[in-house]
Design a protein around this ligand. Structure first.
Ligand code: XUL
Ligand code: MN
Length: 381
């Protein structure tokens, strides 16, 4: 099986944090050795990964001196040039430090909000230095368990204020082409996170000072944690030109954030996500935000990396087969026949004779279509 080798033009990316993950969970200690962000950059590049994403703190650890910061950023730039790997997203870690225990941009404490903004501005600076044009805001701690303590309307206002502030910073610094994105997630680490889904994020974005410069990063696992169809979440963002990123992984619905290897759980849904973005010719990064099983040792993490990319490439090939399958396309043609008919004007429609019984008799072929899709995915077609 020599095919399905990732190439740089497949636009695959991994978050530095996904490889740096040591297998630690709320109940257990790390199961594999740590790696630095710099080491991850080199190793990803050597596996034909096109780009990486990061929280600035993944690369430059919290508390580094200005000298160390510059040394690390320069070393990252050197490795990126030597090894041919880009950076496509630099966000900030505003969830790890205890200062953010009750939120970052939504904290009651203005000093905590300022600290969060400082971290995002630092991320914008470092991102700019390494050529990233996206700052993805996943505000893990901006949520609540105790609604008595904060009016959620206040939280939403503060998120808007924070995003507007960061946009002003981008403009003042002249960071050309740099955009912001919200990565929604329904819960974890908070009981409830503010703006839990793509739709919620899009609604807030519409109220920003510069809505055109902010989009969403949809993560499949986050949508499935909310019990939603991840493909539909991706589709809504894509349809309105707001899909600034897509985090590919797998997840059993309505559970803690499992961040499983892409395709490991929800193959059909993963297939339709690949189909959506490939058919749309979406030019964004195919980003994996997952981690190896806790049982994996350091070496096995690279099996996980290879597996994510290989599964994407296999599904991409399945998409091409689906699009070329005469029987499937024949059914789709029948299902869609006449569906582009323009709406008549209201005056005409109000008096038009429509026969509901005849409409109800129309055959839709869903059983056959779904079975064919299934067989294609199972490899017998
Ligand atoms: C957490 C998550 C983050 C963001 C980046 O669930 O998805 O890793 O992707 O902050
Ligand atoms: Mn993510």
């Amino acid at each position: 099986m020599g095919g399905y080798q990732p190439q740089k033009n497949d636009r695959f990316t991994f978050g530095l944090w996904t490889i740096m993950n040591t297998g630690r969970d709320p109940f257990g200690e790390p199961t594999r050795e740590p790696m630095t962000g710099l080491e991850v950059i080199t190793e990803l590049a050597r596996r034909n990964v096109w780009a990486y994403e990061m929280h600035a703190e993944d690369l430059v650890p919290e508390g580094s001196s200005a000298l160390d910061r510059d040394r690390i950023v320069n070393e990252a730039k050197k490795r990126m040039a030597d090894e041919d790997i880009a950076c496509v997203n630099c966000g900030a870690n505003v969830f790890g430090h205890p200062a953010f225990k009750d939120g970052a941009l939504t904290s009651h404490d203005p000093k905590v909000r300022q600290l969060a903004l400082q971290r995002y501005m630092n991320a914008l600076d470092i991102g700019h230095e390494v050529g990233s044009t996206l700052c993805d805001l996943w505000w893990g701690r901006d949520g609540a368990e105790v609604d008595a303590a904060r009016n959620p309307m206040e939280a939403i206002k503060r998120l808007r204020e924070g995003l507007n502030y960061l946009q002003r910073y981008i403009d003042e610094q002249g960071y050309q082409g740099c955009r912001l994105a919200i990565e929604p997630k329904p819960n974890e680490p908070r009981g409830d996170t503010y703006l839990p889904t793509g739709g919620h994020a899009l609604a807030l974005i519409a109220t920003l000072d510069k809505p055109e410069n902010c989009g969403v990063v949809i993560e499949l696992a986050h949508a499935r944690m909310a019990g939603l169809n991840a493909g539909h979440e991706v589709a809504q963002a894509l349809e309105c030109g707001k899909l600034f990123g897509c985090h590919l992984n797998a997840q059993k619905p309505l559970r803690f954030d499992q961040d499983l290897r892409f395709g490991a759980e929800d193959l059909k849904e993963s297939f339709f996500v690949v189909k959506l973005i490939e058919d749309a010719g979406w030019s964004g990064a195919r980003s994996f935000d997952a981690h190896a099983y806790r049982t994996a040792d350091r070496a096995e993490v690279w099996d996980f990396v290879a597996g994510c990319m290989r599964t994407y490439l296999i599904l991409r090939e399945k998409v091409a087969r689906f699009n070329a399958d005469a029987e499937i396309q024949g059914l789709l043609e029948e299902i869609n026949s006449g569906s582009d008919e323009a709406l008549p004007p209201p005056a005409e429609l109000s008096s038009m004779m429509l026969d509901p019984d005849a409409l109800a008799r129309r055959r839709l072929h869903h059983e056959r279509l779904d079975q064919l899709t299934q067989e294609l995915l199972l490899g017998v077609r």
